[in-house]
Each structure stands twice: as structure tokens, then as C-alpha cells.
Design a protein around this ligand. Sequence first.
Ligand SMILES: CC(C)(COP(=O)(O)OP(=O)(O)OC[C@H]1O[C@@H](n2cnc3c(N)ncnc32)[C@H](O)[C@@H]1OP(=O)(O)O)[C@@H](O)C(=O)NCCC(=O)NCCS
Length: 174
Amino acid sequence: MTYLAQGTRVGIRRIGLDDRTEFLTLNRQSADLLARWMPGIPIVTDEAFEGYMARFDHPANEGFVLCRLDTGAIVGRANLNNIIRGTRQDGTLGYCAYSSTTGRGYMTEGLRLLVGYAFGELGLHRVEANIQPSNTPSLNLIKRVGFRKEGYSPGFQFIDGAWRDHERWAVTVE
Ligand SMILES: CC(C)(COP(=O)(O)OP(=O)(O)OC[C@H]1O[C@@H](n2cnc3c(N)ncnc32)[C@H](O)[C@@H]1OP(=O)(O)O)[C@@H](O)C(=O)NCCC(=O)NCCS
């Protein structure tokens, strides 16, 4: 397997149509973990997968999977959404692990690789992540990856039946 970037245990690559079965299985198994934190419809059907993949036909969105180097198994997913070029060069990071892969440090390694790729090959200057204040694992993760808190947005995004406040975190290439 060829990766865009790889560390000691994790490699990152673009998600592909061939990932359908493994990706849907992981999302189905982790539906309870993801429902409270991830926006949009759960990616648990063929139709939802195709909708998710169609997002990456647009150059403003990039979709990745984080994989174990030893087995190639997917351990997480990450997207860079709403990439703005010109004088902004920034994008919004979304991510999740799965119930069978969380709590092992894979996401920290994978997101560090992804941010490096965003600043390198993708030429971005800033990557942001928006996180609910009660999502402690996600806040701990993003701090480990080097993001800093920029602000707080009440009612930022509709998730799991309500408009949820989010903390806004970001990292710039400097
Ligand atoms: C947010 C989320 C991605 C965080 O994932 P995570 O598994 O905690 O992150 P990592 O893979 O970096 O694992 C870190 C944990 O593994 C532990 N760990 C175990 N073995 C490890 C190892 N060999 N190396 C490093 N860390 C290790 C760390 O101690 C840490 O645990 P702690 O936070 O309790 O101290 C995950 O909880 C998730 O997917 N949640 C649901 C979706 C979600 O919230 N997405 C984000 C929306 S903003």
C-alpha cells in the first residue's frame, strides 16, 4: 500500500470506492459512538457512502482514511472540508475513530501526518477544527496535534437533533 504520509504505526491515504465494505462496517459498528458528535447522516448505507464520496469530487473537499501500517486496516477517517484558496489557504478538519480503534493513539499520529500533508502538498496555511465543549477526547486529541483555541461559537452546528455550541480550534503553518 502506498501512503501519502506515514509514521511509525499509521499511514494516511485518500479514501476510495474500494473502501466501501470496510468503511461501512466500521461506521455501522460505531454508530453509537459517532451519533452524538458527527454531523450529517450516519454513513451506514450504500447511498450514504456514495453521497460522502461525491463530496470529494469537488476540489474544496479532500477525504482520507488513517490506516494501520502493519495490517492496512482502517483505524479512522478524516476530511478537509471547505478549502478556501487565494489569500486564505485554509480548510476545516473533520475526523473520527471507531469503537474498535479508539484509545490507541492512532488518531494523534494520523492527524499529525494529515496536518503535515495539508501544509505541505496541499499548500494550506491554516487548518481549523470545531469541537463541542463536552467532547473531551476530541479536545485532548486536537491539543496533542498542536491546535490552539481561537474562540467559541454558540449554536454552531446541528448535530444529533440540536444546534450545538462549538469551540473553534486551529493551527497555522507557522
Ligand atoms: C475524538 C476521537 C477521534 C479521539 O480518538 P482517540 O482514540 O482518543 O485518539 P487517539 O487515537 O490519539 O488515542 C489517544 C488515546 O489513546 C491512548 N493510547 C493507548 N495506547 C497508546 C499508544 N500506544 N500511543 C499513544 N496513545 C495511546 C492515549 O493515552 C489516549 O487516551 P487518553 O485520551 O484517555 O489519555 C474519538 O474519541 C472519536 O472518534 N469520537 C467520536 C467522533 C468524534 O468525536 N469526532 C470528532 C468530532 S469534533
